[in-house]
Write a protein that binds this ligand. Structure first.
Ligand SMILES: NC(=O)C1=CN([C@@H]2O[C@H](COP(=O)(O)OP(=O)(O)OC[C@H]3O[C@@H](n4cnc5c(N)ncnc54)[C@H](O)[C@@H]3O)[C@@H](O)[C@H]2O)C=CC1
Ligand SMILES: C[N+](C)(C)CC(=O)CC(=O)[O-]
Length: 490
């Protein structure tokens, strides 16, 4: 990572949360503090973003030079100040130290990649990967190739960004400022005019966005929103009605207000009056929590497949679960003992007014432990897609000890019984530091034909593995609490 400012620190946070180790070069002596604060904000946001088992965090270190930062890199991300000459100088330093085929992704918000790669020895490796602030939460990254960018570098970068929960958007033609910043620039210019002309304050303009079209844009963008606004006749009627208004004097977009101290004082003064009572870090926290809430809400839409940024989050979670299941499958497990197949950390978003993990989250953790066991015995996407699955038909949870946010927890799973259609499981949720039993969950699962909605025998391999574990677990002492009912005397 070259440059550890607002954007560089955001990239670092996204990378390390996906298990990637990062070396950063930034000449600013304050950079370690600033990166540390952004990473702390990202930690808070990720704890709320998803319940899926997250990859063990990567590490970051500060390098003494560009060469030191890039020497072992598989991807080099540049987020240095927006100056073509400075970026070109940095690429020369990179090329002297890093392998010729390692892609360099520039975060520039508007400089054309052809201009950036003009003096490079291996220009094919350079592409633009334009992210959005906060980089660790917003999925979009515009991928822009220059005249000499290689398809291999662009594809590799897109693969990496998809893996880490982003939405790469390949821009078809190289133009200044790409696509998204074209809009932002237009809106920004018009807003400056509205404030300068005394039509609205900075706060009123923000209200005009966030109470209205800003909400629409988070989920449908411009064209789908306007299609719906055309009524039953859709876009054609919308254009027939509003097309002529384009020539009315509704914008001053082509005209830039004079950028002088008076304008800066006017805008910055109003912005101070609007938001100066909160620190930037506090505003970042509020922004992050709102973004997480929006993305989580969108994740539940579209029959559970997710919509817009929520669909990207859903796909990212599927990847996280697949990675966790692959880790569990690759690990050696002694099936003569209760199985440790699911580990997680208590999210701050899971706690109640007592500051402890709230009751329904125990069921979620137990459900994830059951899924991990089902994966372990061989149930995968292909099996589910063939119309077969297990449904939980009965559950008994005991809440034994409280646990606070940020604490590691794991489940130990005993298979009490397995036959051709049924699985009887007992999970203990344990504290990762003290090993105390925090809760137990006893569950009966039925194998079903999901198309017919009827119980049916499980696949032979799944049956065999489940029965093998159940036979091994039969030799264990019966877990304390197994078979208890609510309020039963000891
Ligand atoms: N701030 C924003 O909203 C966005 C910015 N970008 C782009 O990201 C890039 C960085 O912008 P910000 O992070 O906002 O700027 P920033 O000013 O917050 O950070 C730039 C960092 O680069 C460091 N730096 C200066 N010279 C350097 C050198 N020779 N080698 C390595 N690091 C050096 C600075 O010390 C500073 O920490 C720019 O190209 C910008 O256009 C992209 C998307 C959004
Ligand atoms: C202001 N900006 C042009 C640097 C903004 C961006 O490039 C993207 C963003 O995060 O808004």
């Amino acid at each position: 990572m070259i440059g550890g400012g607002v954007i560089g620190a955001g990239w670092v946070a996204r990378y390390i949360h996906n298990g990637i180790d990062v070396a950063i070069f930034d000449p600013d002596p304050e950079a370690p503090r600033k990166v540390g604060e952004v990473v702390a904000g990202a930690d808070r946001a990720y704890a709320r973003l998803t319940n899926a088992p997250q990859t063990a965090k990567g590490s970051y270190r500060f390098a003494s030079s560009v060469a030191d930062a890039v020497k072992d890199a598989e991807l080099i991300t540049e987020a240095a100040p927006e100056q073509t000459a400075l970026k070109r100088k940095i690429y020369a330093e990179i090329e002297a130290a890093a392998g010729a085929d390692v892609p360099i992704a520039s975060s520039t918000s508007g400089i054309k990649p052809t201009d950036l790669q003009a003096e490079m020895k291996h220009p094919g490796r350079l592409l633009v990967a334009h992210p959005f602030n906060p980089v660790y939460l917003l999925p979009l990254v515009e991928i822009v190739g220059g005249e000499k960018s290689s398809e291999a570098a662009m594809t590799r970068a897109e693969e990496i960004f998809s893996e880490i929960g982003m939405k790469p958007l390949r821009i078809r033609k190289e133009i200044d400022a790409f696509v998204a910043d074209r809009f932002l620039e237009a809106v920004w210019r018009e807003a400056l005019w509205l404030v300068k002309d005394g039509v609205a304050t900075t706060e009123e303009i923000d209200d005009a966005i966030r109470f209205g079209f800003g909400l629409r844009w988070a989920q449908m963008g411009l064209f789908e929103t306007y299609r719906v606004a055309g009524g039953e006749a859709g876009m054609r009627h919308f254009m027939a009605q509003f097309g002529p208004t384009l020539s009315w004097p509704w914008t001053k977009l082509m005209d830039v207000p004079e950028f002088n101290n008076e304008l800066v004082d006017l805008i910055a003064g109003q912005s101070d009056a609007q938001s100066g009572h909160r620190s930037i870090r506090e505003l970042e926290r509020i922004r992050d929590e709102n973004l997480v809430a929006i993305m989580q809400a969108l994740k539940g839409q579209n029959d559970g497949k997710g919509w817009g940024a929520g669909e990207t989050l859903r796909q990212y979670e599927d990847r996280l679960y697949a990675r966790a299941h692959a880790r569990a499958a690759a690990a050696e497990h002694d099936i003569t003992k209760p199985l440790r197949l699911h580990e997680t950390t208590v999210s701050p978003a899971w706690t109640d007014y007592n500051g402890h993990m709230t009751e329904f989250r125990y069921l979620q953790v137990l459900g994830d432990a059951t899924d991990a066991l089902l994966r372990f015995v061989g149930m995968d996407e292909a099996y589910n897609a063939s119309g077969r699955s297990f449904y939980t038909v009965e559950t008994h949870i005991r809440h034994l000890r409280e646990v606070r946010a940020g604490k590691p927890i794991h489940a130990l799973t005993t298979v009490l019984m397995a036959d051709e259609k049924k699985l009887h499981l007992f999970h203990e949720i344990r504290h990762g530091e003290t090993d105390e039993v925090l809760a137990t969950g006893e569950h009966l699962l039925l194998h079903v034909d999901t198309k017919e909605g009827r119980a049916c025998p499980a696949g032979e391999e799944i049956q065999a593995k489940a029965k093998q574990i159940a036979a091994a677990h039969e030799a264990l002492p019966r877990p304390e609490g197994a078979g208890r009912s609510v309020g039963q005397k000891k």
